[in-house]
Design a protein around this ligand. Structure first.
Ligand SMILES: N[C@@H](CCC(=O)N[C@@H](CS)C(=O)NCC(=O)O)C(=O)O
Length: 327
C-alpha cells in the first residue's frame, strides 16, 4: 500500500509538469486532479476495508535502517534476541535524514488497522519491552529498564554521537570510503539510491559536516568522550563481572555498549549479517583511524574482550557472511 501511495504522490507532483507540457485546459486538469485524489482515497479505504489482505504482504514489524549504524545495531540485536520476526529495510546513509526528515533506527509496527512508527533507539526498546514482556516474559526480561540502566543508556547514546563525529572526521575526506560506508556498494540497497549517493555526495558531505560540526576540536572532544566511557567500563569489568552494571545476567545495556562501540571495533558478527557489505577492512581505513582503534584496543583490553565475547556468543547468526577480522 505504501508503494501505491508513493506512486500517487509522485503523480500529483508531476501533474503540473504534464499540464504545462501538454498545454491542457483547466477542465481536463481538474478532472485529472480529481482522479488522482479519488485514487488516493481508494488506497486509504483499501487499507481499512481489507486489512487481512494487507496483512499478508505487510510484516508486523519493519526496521528501517542504514546498514552500518550502531544505533540500528543496538535495536537489531535486541529484536534478534527477543526472537520476534521482523523485516529490515536498509536505505542509503543520510538519505532518510536529509530527504525524509527521519533518523534510523525507525521501527514500524502494525497497531490495529494502521501502522505506527517509532524513532530513536531508546524509545524503540521501551516499546519492545511494553509490547512483549507480558507475552514472552522470559525472553523479554533483558529489556527491563531501571534508573541505573537508563543512565548508562543515556551515556552510551551520547557516546554514540561522539562516534559518529569520529567516523565522519576520518572518512569524509575520502569519497570512496564514505560512499562505501553509506551503502553505495551494498547490493541490498535499491540501485537508484546507490546512484543518488554518488551523484549527491558533495552536498551530502557538506550537510553532514554542518550537522555534526566536524572540526578537529570536535573530533578531539569525541575521542576524549569515548575514552571516558571505556575507562569507566574498564573499571566496572575489572572484578570479572559478566554484565557491565554488575552480576552475570546480561541486559540491554550490555548489548547497547557492544553495539555502540562496535562502530570502531567492528567485531566479527557486527550487523548480524546486515552490515557485511559496508564494512571497511583495516587495510582500507585511513591510518589515523586505525591508530585510534589500536589505542582503544590496547588501553581498554577488558572492554574490548567483553564486546568481542558478546559478539561471539550472540551475533554469529546462521547465514551470516561475516569475514574474519583483519585487525
Ligand atoms: N538518538 C538516535 C540517533 C539516531 C541516528 O543518529 N541515526 C543516524 C544513523 S547512526 C541517522 O539516522 N542518520 C541519518 C541517515 O543516515 O539517514 C537514536 O538513538 O536512534
Amino acid at each position: 500500500m505504501s508503494t501505491a501511495r508513493t506512486i500517487n504522490s509522485l503523480m500529483l507532483l508531476i501533474l503540473p509538469l504534464v499540464v504545462a507540457v501538454a498545454g491542457l485546459g483547466w477542465l481536463v486538469t481538474l478532472a485529472l486532479l480529481l482522479l488522482l485524489l479519488l485514487w488516493r482515497w481508494l488506497i486509504i479505504l483499501s487499507g481499512i476495508s481489507a486489512p487481512a489482505r494487507n496483512r499478508s504482504n505487510n510484516p508486523e514489524l519493519v526496521l528501517d535502517s542504514i546498514s552500518a549504524s550502531h544505533y540500528v545495531e543496538k535495536v537489531r540485536w535486541c529484536l534478534d534476541r527477543l526472537g520476534v520476526a521482523y523485516e529490515e529495510q536498509p536505505a542509503g546513509g543520510t538519505l532518510g535524514a536529509f530527504f525524509l526528515g527521519r533518523t534510523v533506527p525507525r521501527l514500524r509496527c502494525r497497531t490495529g488497522l494502521v501502522q505506527s512508527s517509532i524513532g530513536n533507539s531508546a524509545e524503540i526498546l521501551r516499546y519492545l519491552w511494553g509490547r512483549y514482556h507480558a507475552e514472552r516474559p522470559e525472553s523479554a526480561e533483558f529489556l527491563r529498564a531501571d534508573e541505573q540502566r537508563l543512565q548508562l543508556e543515556q551515556h552510551l547514546d551520547r557516546t554514540g554521537r561522539d562516534l559518529q563525529v569520529w567516523v565522519y572526521y576520518h572518512l569524509l575526506p575520502h569519497r570512496a570510503l564514505t560512499l562505501h560506508a553509506w551503502g553505495a556498494n551494498n547490493p541490498a540497497l535499491p540501485a537508484w539510491q546507490r546512484l543518488l549517493l554518488r551523484i549527491l555526495f558533495p552536498v551530502l558531505r557538506l550537510l553532514i559536516r554542518r550537522a555534526f560540526g566536524i572540526t578537529t576540536a570536535r573530533y578531539e572532544k569525541a575521542v576524549q568522550h569515548v575514552d571516558q566511557l571505556l575507562h569507566q567500563s574498564e573499571q566496572q569489568l575489572a572484578d570479572g563481572r559478566g554484565s557491565l552494571l554488575g552480576g552475570d545476567q546480561l541486559n540491554y545495556t550490555d548489548f547497547s555498549f557492544a553495539a555502540i562501540n562496535g562502530l570502531w571495533l567492528m567485531p566479527d558478527g557486527y550487523g548480524g549479517g546486515h552490515a557485511d557489505a559496508v564494512r571497511l577492512r583495516a587495510d582500507q581505513r585511513p591510518a589515523a583511524m586505525n591508530r585510534d582503534i589500536q589505542h582503544w584496543r590496547q588501553d581498554y583490553p577488558l572492554s574490548t574482550a567483553f564486546i568481542e565475547q558478546l559478539y561471539r556468543a550472540e551475533r554469529k547468526l546462521p547465514g551470516s557472511t561475516v569475514q574474519p577480522s583483519q585487525d
